[in-house]
Every structure is written in structure tokens, then in C-alpha cells.
Design a protein around this ligand. Structure first.
Ligand code: NOJ
Length: 746
């Protein structure tokens, strides 16, 4: 019998039962359309909702956490402390058996057997820790990012997780805000491209398949504008900036089917993101047609009281629900108030049904009703598999940015890669033997035991040809200079010095704001001391944000920015220093010259008076701008070729650029295509990135890069109401130092 006939027979059977009002257990079981995978999801949802009590519906709209946030001691709470009707659990254990037990309780002990959706912050890997997202963006390799998310999803799924609170696509504006480490840098287009890659990586082609998990775009929206870079602070976001800078990465993620979004802690010029009807309902649900659900951030519903828009928890629940937040993360504000709000007719049960429908839709798409349990396999087969390790190493290598590389002593050659004639090398600094901070904030279930430190990796890579002398030199902070002497001694025995500096992991990430981008003085002092010994200095930096390098830059012959590169990052660094790997990372965020230069993203609007108004005490330019990154080879760019110097509004224009690798190293080069529009009704940024592509170019070979310009997509701009405008006139296409004019005709 085909599925269509089966369904007709089934419906006739159900109608007969209804007609004869058969109310037996048998009827109950057999009419469970929602349990039958032959039926379409929407029909299953409707069937389930009409069986649910108001209380059961409200329970679906709540997420509880197992134990305290990041408190490993609470992880193994007894399962009988969980109400089997709960909608979601923030699951902080790696044990799939335990997770399946909880699920079994939900399925077997709740009246309707609705499965729980288990969530966890899988931000840059689960057990295999990948570089922080900011670093991943510097790889400009969307395929590798997609693969990393796929690996993270698989490891998480095998541990019992169905849903991650990632990717974060808050466009970076102020690097004092520690959460710039969690996003993809300062450009909206870059964030949008990586949003798509991450969502595809986590969710795969079909969410119901094994090893896929639901993604969550966060924090909707404008959170990165926290004033002064102070986390959780209020944000002043004009409607123009909201649309021009912050919305597009979310829109891109929604367009590829992201299952969920998280509302931010911030307010959007007075209306908190968690109580914002405009962004959550008018835009997200009505304009973009998102059919999944929105979860509040940790405490962000009750925070509405502190933010001065709700007088109590009940009003906070009412406001966030009405705005479009369907699930309450850990607050219990919905649980306490929703039923009463319905009884008081402040919220209709139909609206509750719609919210629950969205939550159930994600659960159905995840296949949780049909396959509620995850496979239990041995821990050694779950994590850190060969392919996972290779991807983690590759993306770490491609994320690292060679900021500076100059000749040393009387040599013509740059100091990097290290020459074998440098027999003795000192390796000093607080990052050298670190295996914790190198993983970065939100390290998931990463373990420092899995990490090979920089020292171990260098020893393995360089040990046969060079002799290494280690000294700590100084701690990350404090003012103890007594360790300088050991460092001096190690350097005196050496022909070159590698100094590994950086930030501790919790100096960035959530609640990781810093007033200055400079490293603590003790670290700079260590470099100044070593400089006196007149040896070539290579500085290796591991940090979660751009740093103020104005002083260190002058002391170093080379600087390698490795970010927080994760479990296998040190191995990638060793490859770069030895020359086994040719660096290919480029900055996805600008390094200002000094902290006072912030905000200094590349895509600023033009100033009213050219070349004036700059600070009197420092140069105008940042130290290292968006897109900067050196290589061991030399790429020669041919002139940009345009298919025409004019383009019609509905036409297409093709641009080509031939790039030749003139050096001796094979490499990977990323071409960034910018557009600028010098005259428009709303002033446009100096230039805007519209496309990028990374390709491999072997030594001595050439590769052609192409960019097909689509006027609506690439030349239009959005106004403060989200409307697109396309204006005729002159435009410029820019790559590197080249700028080519063309005209958009009426
Ligand atoms: C608060 C953070 O802002 C958010 O990004 C995270 O996903 C939740 N806590 C859950 O841990």
C-alpha cells in the first residue's frame, strides 16, 4: 500500500473513532498522528497541540539547566529532579547514557511523551577545540569553517546535544568588548558568509539525520554596540546602522534555514532586544519568514526589570512573549506567569499555541519524536578523530596572521621562516607552555590534556635542527620581574628569540571587557629587556581581540598573530615558524594604533573635511588594517579587467583579476573585492566588501579570480526601514591598491 492510500485508510479510521466517540486508551494511542512519521510535520504539530494542556504548553517554552552555568560539580544532578514535561535542558555533561536516561524519562513519564531538546554552547568545537570564531574569519575559508562546525556537531550529538547556541554574528565595532572573539570580525558581509557556513555545518542537509544539531544565530540584535565596550551595557543603534551593519548576517543565516535565534541582552536605543517587537516579529518572523523559534539569553527576560522597561517578572514575561521570544532560558519567568497571563486574557491561548508550534517544529525537524535517543559509542571513538584533528590543524594554520616579517641583522632574508643556521633559539614568555588559555573562551568540553603546548610542538618540529632554550620570562600579568634574568640567560645562548605573549582566556569572551587593548605592562617590559640583547625577535601573540601593538611592533622583527587557536593550534604555529606551512590568514578586524583610536573599522563613512579632524598626538591610520596579512611568497596582481565600463540596473558586470605567485612557496591567497559609491542619498562607507575568495596558487603559477557584479546585490544600499535603493551614477571596484571606475546607467 502506498503512503497516500495508507493515510486515507488511517483518516477514515480516525473519523470512525471520532463518530462513535470512542474514548478508550486504544483510541488515544491510535489517533496519535503526532507519533506517526508518515504524516507531514505541520499535521503532527497540530495534532499534538490540540492534545496539550495549557500547563504542558508553557512547560515547552522553558529551558532548565543541569547544574550551574560552567560548574562541573553540578553536572550530574539526579534525573528525577527534572520534570519530564520540560521543553529544553542546557546539558553540561559529555555522557550520552545519562542524557538518554533523561530523554527516556521525558518520553515515558510525561503524559504525551514529548522529547526534550538538549542544548549546549558549542561555540568553536566540542571536544576538538577549533580556533575562536574571530580567528576562523581570518582564514577566509568558508569551507573549513563549515567542516569545523560539522565536526563540532558530530562530537556534540554523540554526547547527547541537539542544539548549539552558535554562531554569533554580532559585527565587531569596539574591540574592548571581549565578545569580538566570538564573532567573525568587523565586516557585515564576512559575518554573513560565515553565518551561512556555520549554519550549514551544524545543521547539514537534513536536521533529522544523525550528527546534525540545530544552530542558533545570536545575539539578535545590536549587542556588539555595547557602549564603551562594556559587556551587557546599553546600546545606541540608529535604525540606519541597525540595517546597514547588523541585520544582514542574521538575514543570511535565516535564508539558509537556521532553526533558532537568541535575543540579546542589549537594548536597541531604548527598547531591549528581548522585548523588541519590531526586530523579533515584524522583521524576523513577518518579513524574513523565520518559522523556528527565539530563545532569550541567560536572564534576559528578567533583566527587562533592570533595564527599566518592566516593573516585575510578570510584566517582563508579557513583554518578551508579546515581542516574539518563544523560549525562556533558565529564568522560569514564563513558567511562573504565563498561565495566569492567559487566564487574565493578556495573552491568548492561540498565541501560546503559535509559540509552542514553533518549538515543536524544530523538535520534529530534528527527528526527536522519531529518534529521541543518541547512539552510545565508546568515548575514544567519539572525539578527536583523525579527520577532526586534521581539520582543526588546517583551520588553525589558515587563521594565523603574519603581521610583520622583516630582514634581521645583515641579512637580506626575512627572519621567518626560521633559517637552519639559527642553531640556538630561545623560546620565552607566558604562552610557551600554556595549554589552557590557548583554547580560548567557550572551549566547550575541550581538555587541556589534549593540547600540545607551543613548546612541545616547536620541540617536535624544530628540535632536530635547532636547539631550544626555554624560560618563562614573566607571568601574564602582575609586576614580578625576577623571572627576566632566566629569560636573558636563555636569549644570550641563542641566535634568535621567540617570545610568546598574550591574553588569558577569560580576558575576552562573555564579560571579558578590557579598558585597554595593550598587553599588561610586564609582557611589554619583558620584550624591551630582551631587545637590549640585540637578537632578532619573533613575537607570537595569542589573544581574543585586536591588541594595541604600537610599542611591541617596533621591538619585533616579526609578529605572528595566532589568536586562541584551539587544541591543535601550536602544531600549526610550529609549521609556520619552520616554513612547512605558508601563512595565509588576513585580518578580519582592524588593529588600531592605540586604544584611543577606537572605533576604527575600515568601513567608516567619509568625514566632512578630508585629512583633517584627526588626533593631534597619533597618525591617522591604524597599525594593521582589515585585510592585512603577509605570506612567505610574493603575489603579483595583474590589472583588474572589467567586462564593460557601464552596467544596466538589471545587467551584469564581470570582473577578473589574474594573480601570479612569483615566489618559491606554494600558497593560498584571498582576494577581497570592495565597492565604493562616492555619491548617494545616504552617505556610503568609504568602501564595502562585496565578495571574497581564497584560492591555492602554486609557486610560479597564476590563477584568475572572478567577481560577477549584480547591481541589486552589490551596488544597492539599505535604508533605516530595511528598504533597498539602487542609484545610478559612478561606482568603483577596488582590490588592493587598484581602483577601477564604472557607471550604473538608469
Ligand atoms: C549567555 C551568553 O550571552 C550566550 O551567548 C550563551 O549562549 C548563554 N549564556 C548560554 O550559556
Amino acid at each position: 500500500m502506498n503512503i497516500f492510500c495508507k493515510k486515507i485508510w488511517y483518516c477514515l479510521f480516525v473519523i470512525t473513532l471520532e463518530l462513535f466517540n470512542v474514548n478508550s486508551f486504544y483510541a488515544q494511542e491510535c489517533t496519535s498522528v503526532y507519533k506517526n512519521s508518515d504524516f507531514p510535520v505541520e499535521q503532527r504539530i497540530n495534532d499534538l497541540i490540540q492534545r496539550m494542556t495549557l500547563h504542558e504548553k508553557v512547560m515547552q517554552m522553558n529551558q532548565w539547566t543541569m547544574g550551574k552555568n560552567l560548574n562541573p560539580n553540578n553536572v550530574e544532578d539526579k534525573i528525577n529532579e527534572f520534570d519530564p514535561e520540560i521543553g529544553s535542558i542546557l546539558y553540561r555533561s559529555i555522557n550520552p547514557v545519562y542524557r538518554n536516561e533523561i530523554q527516556r524519562k521525558a518520553i515515558e513519564e510525561s503524559r504525551l511523551g514529548i522529547p526534550v531538546i538538549f542544548a549546549f554552547d558549542v561555540i568553536h568545537g566540542y571536544r576538538t577545540v577549533f580556533p575562536i570564531p574571530l580567528a576562523q574569519a581570518c582564514s577566509w575559508n568558508t569551507e573549513l569553517v563549515e567542516q569545523s562546525c560539522e565536526v563540532a556537531a558530530k562530537e556534540a550529538w554523540l554526547s547527547g546535544v541537539n542544539w548549539t547556541f552558535s554562531p554569533m554574528v554580532d559585527v565587531a565595532r569596539d574591540p574592548r568588548w571581549g565578545r569580538v572573539s566570538e564573532g567573525y570580525g568587523e565586516d557585515p558581509y564576512v559575518n554573513a558568509r560565515f553565518a551561512v557556513a556555520a549554519v550549514k555545518g551544524y545543521q547539514g542537509h537534513d536536521l533529522s539525520e544523525k550528527y546534525t544539531i540545530a544552530a542558533c544565530l545570536k545575539h539578535f540584535v545590536g549587542y556588539s554596540m555595547s557602549e564603551g565596550g562594556r559587556d551587557y551595557n546599553y546600546t545606541d543603534v540608529s535604525s540606519q546602522t541597525l540595517w546597514e551593519t547588523f541585520m544582514s548576517p542574521f538575514e543570511a543565516g535565516v535564508s539558509v534555514g537556521v532553526a533558532t535565534l537568541m535575543s540579546g541582552f542589549n537594548d536597541i536605543t531604548g527598547v531591549p532586544a528581548t522585548a523588541n517587537h519590531y526586530t523579533l516579529t515584524e522583521v524576523l518572523k513577518n518579513k524574513w519568514g523565520h518559522d523556528g523559534f527565539v530563545i532569550s539569553d541567560w536572564g534576559s527576560i528578567k533583566n527587562l526589570i533592570d533595564q527599566g522597561v518592566a516593573q516585575d517578572r510578570k510584566q517582563a514575561a508579557l513583554k518578551s512573549f508579546k515581542a516574539g521570544v518563544e523560549m525562556d532560558m533558565v529564568d522560569n519567568v514564563y513558567l511562573e506567569n504565563m498561565e495566569e497571563l492567559v487566564k487574565e486574557k493578556k495573552i491568548s491561548e492561540e498565541d501560546i499555541n503559535e509559540a509552542v508550534r514553533r518549538i515543536l517544529r524544530v523538535k520534529f525537524h530534528l527527528g526527536l519524536f522519531d529518534q529521541p535517543y543518541v547512539d552510545v559509542i565508546k568515548e575514544k571513538d567519539r572525539y578527536l578523530q583523525k579527520r577532526d584533528v586534521d581539520i582543526a590543524t588546517e583551520i588553525a594554520a589558515e587563521s594565523m596572521v603574519l603581521l610583520k616579517n622583516t630582514p634581521y641583522g645583515n641579512n637580506d632574508n626575512n627572519i621567518l621562516p626560521l633559517d637552519t643556521s639559527l642553531k640556538n633559539i630561545a623560546v620565552i614568555g607566558p604562552m610557551v607552555k600554556d595549554s589552557v588559555n590557548i583554547m580560548g573562551f567557550w572551549e566547550g568540553m575541550g581538555k587541556s590534556e589534549d593540547v600540545k603546548s607551543i613548546y612541545e610542538s616547536l620541540d617536535e618540529e624544530l628540535g632536530k635542527k635547532h636547539r631550544l632554550y626555554y624560560a618563562l620570562g614573566c607571568e601574564f600579568d602582575g609586576n614580578d620581574t625576577t623571572l627576566f634574568q632566566q629569560a636573558r640567560e636563555a636569549c644570550q645562548k641563542s641566535e634568535a628569540v621567540i617570545i610568546c605573549l598574550g591574553e588569558k582566556r577569560n580576558w575576552s569572551g562573555e564579560n571579558g571587557s578590557r579598558s585597554s587593548l595593550a598587553l599588561p605592562y610586564i609582557q611589554e617590559q619583558l620584550v624591551s629587556e630582551i631587545k637590549k640583547l640585540n637578537k632578532p625577535i619573533i613575537i607570537v601573540l595569542s589573544n581574543g581581540r585586536p591588541l594595541e601593538l604600537i610599542r611591541l611592533n617596533n621591538l619585533a622583527d616579526a609578529i605572528v598573530e595566532i589568536w586562541q587557536p584551539g587544541t591543535y593550534g601550536a602544531n600549526a604555529l610550529a609549521g609556520i615558524l619552520s616554513g612547512r606551512i605558508n601563512p595565509s590568514g588576513k585580518l578580519a578586524i582592524t588593529f588600531p594604533l592605540t586604544t584611543g583610536q577606537i572605533p576604527i573599522h575600515y568601513n567608516r563613512r567619509p568625514s566632512a573635511v578630508k585629512n583633517q579632524g584627526n588626533y593631534k598626538d597619533i597618525p591617522e591610520q591604524p597599525l594593521y588594517t582589515f585585510g592585512h596579512g603577509l605570506s612567505y611568497t610574493c603575489y603579483e596582481y595583474d590589472t583588474i579587467k572589467l567586462s564593460s565600463s557601464k552596467i544596466k540596473m538589471n545587467g551584469k558586470l564581470y570582473a577578473e583579476l589574474k594573480v601570479t605567485n612569483n615566489g618559491t612557496f606554494d600558497g593560498k591567497e584571498t582576494i577581497l573585492w570592495f565597492i565604493s559609491d562616492p555619491v548617494a542619498n545616504i552617505s556610503r562607507p568609504i568602501k564595502e566588501l562585496k565578495y571574497f575568495e581564497k584560492k591555492e596558487i602554486k609557486a610560479g603559477e597564476s590563477v584568475v579570480y572572478r567577481f560577477n557584479i549584480d547591481p541589486i546585490r552589490d551596488l544597492s544600499y539599505v535604508d533605516g526601514y530595511g528598504q533597498k535603493h539602487l542609484e545610478s551614477g559612478e561606482y568603483y571596484l577596488q582590490v588592493g591598491n587598484q581602483k577601477v571606475q564604472f557607471e550604473l546607467e538608469d
